[in-house]
Ligand binder design. Structure first.
Ligand SMILES: *Cc1c(COP(=O)(O)O)cnc(C)c1O
Length: 357
């Protein structure tokens, strides 16, 4: 059976973004592929990125994601970005997955074949050892020969005001200065785009930026392009008369004869229901409004004056006229949430791979 919605993933856009970001960072990339590669499809993204010489490895949030990625045998390191449960440590080490460590107890519990990245809490206050404790943890790991890297995470690097990011960086550097040389990493996408190359940082971890999205104040001239084009099929075309309402709650009412195309995507696929009343899609080279409440599996698009057939595709978002950023704004949220919310019913298709690349 055919999918009603497809996410087409451009391998060349991903490759170009990775090249641009690694150059900007002056570092290799630890590409975050958590949450199904920000909704793009873990396997598709990881296979493309693994061929890129500037990708050192991958970052995942969950042990299950690490296991799925390790099973692809792509030959690049995987770092778990959140703490494993105690019983998960040995099986992760068996798979070669690097784990974050933030305490002496965690350092001591690692098996001898594990590899660790010291996690330093410099102000995000989510995970990691405080700077004053981190050195002891790092030295304990180094003495056991388990310390591969050290990292921290910025809280505000995607905002115009960067003084707190610089404070965090200074705290991190103080820790690094007391450790033997390790693979150090700090910048997320916002950090790469706003701070550029950071001396001493061998790696950077741009997530959303790798998928083509810069923070609003850095968007102009970022040189990044979205990888994903989301399209959905028209399943039904019909006319409504003036005065008739459309969809749940009868929120929208036609004031003239109107042709509607019912399109096979809805909030169960991750399209924000809160975008009702503002949403538009791209039909035959035109921006067309969604009429009435967005439903679980469907939405109704005003195609008055166009000749639209069931089976034809409309573009929900892409690199062109209507972007994920627009949809996020209509839905009162951010690109991260829209992309990672994309449902399992949406088929992920690698574009250039289909053409044999
Ligand atoms: C998700 C994540 C990133 C990527 O952040 P972006 O804002 O998408 O660039 C980097 N580092 C860590 C630890 C993360 O969890």
């Amino acid at each position: 059976m055919q999918a009603r919605a497809q996410a087409l993933i451009s391998a060349s856009a991903l490759t170009d973004n990775l090249t641009a970001l690694s150059q900007r960072a002056g570092a290799q990339l630890l590409l975050p592929v958590k949450a199904d590669a920000y909704g793009h499809g873990l396997e598709i993204v990881a296979r493309i990125a693994a061929r890129h010489q500037d990708v050192w490895g991958f970052g995942v949030a969950l042990p299950r994601e690490a296991v799925a990625l390790a099973a692809l045998n792509l030959g690049k390191p995987i770092l778990l970005l959140t703490p494993p449960m105690p019983e998960e440590v040995a099986p992760l080490a068996d798979l070669g997955v690097r784990v974050p460590v933030a305490s002496l107890a965690e350092a001591d519990a690692l098996p001898g074949h594990a590899r660790a990245h010291l996690k330093v809490n410099t102000g995000m206050n989510r995970l990691g050892a405080r700077p004053e404790d981190a050195v002891d943890v790092g030295l304990r790991l180094a003495r056991r020969g388990l310390l591969e890297g050290a990292y921290t995470h910025f809280a505000t690097a995607d905002e115009p005001e960067l003084s707190f990011a610089h404070t965090q960086l200074e705290r991190f550097r103080t820790v690094l200065a007391a450790l033997p040389p390790v693979l150090a990493h700090a910048s997320n996408g916002g950090g790469v785009l706003s701070l550029g190359a950071l001396p001493g940082m061998a790696l950077a971890r741009p997530g959303l930026a790798s998928y083509g999205f810069a923070p609003p104040h850095l968007r102009a001239g970022s040189g990044l392009a979205p990888l994903m084009t989301l399209r959905a099929r028209v399943t039904h075309v019909h006319d409504v008369r003036p005065g008739e309402s459309v969809s749940y709650g009868a929120l929208w009412r036609a004031d003239q004869p109107t042709t509607l195309a019912t399109v096979g995507i809805g909030y169960a696929d991750g399209y924000p229901r809160n975008a009702t009343g503002r949403a538009e899609v791209w039909v035959q080279g035109e921006r067309r409004p969604v009429r009435g409440r967005i439903c679980m599996d469907q939405m109704m698009v005003d195609v008055t004056g166009l000749r639209v057939q069931p089976g034809e595709w409309v573009e929900v978002w892409g690199a062109g006229e209507i972007t994920v950023s627009d949809v996020a704004e209509w839905g009162g949220t951010v690109e991260y949430e829209v992309l990672t919310g994309l449902g399992a019913r949406v088929e992920r298709v690698a574009l250039e791979q289909r053409a044999g690349l």
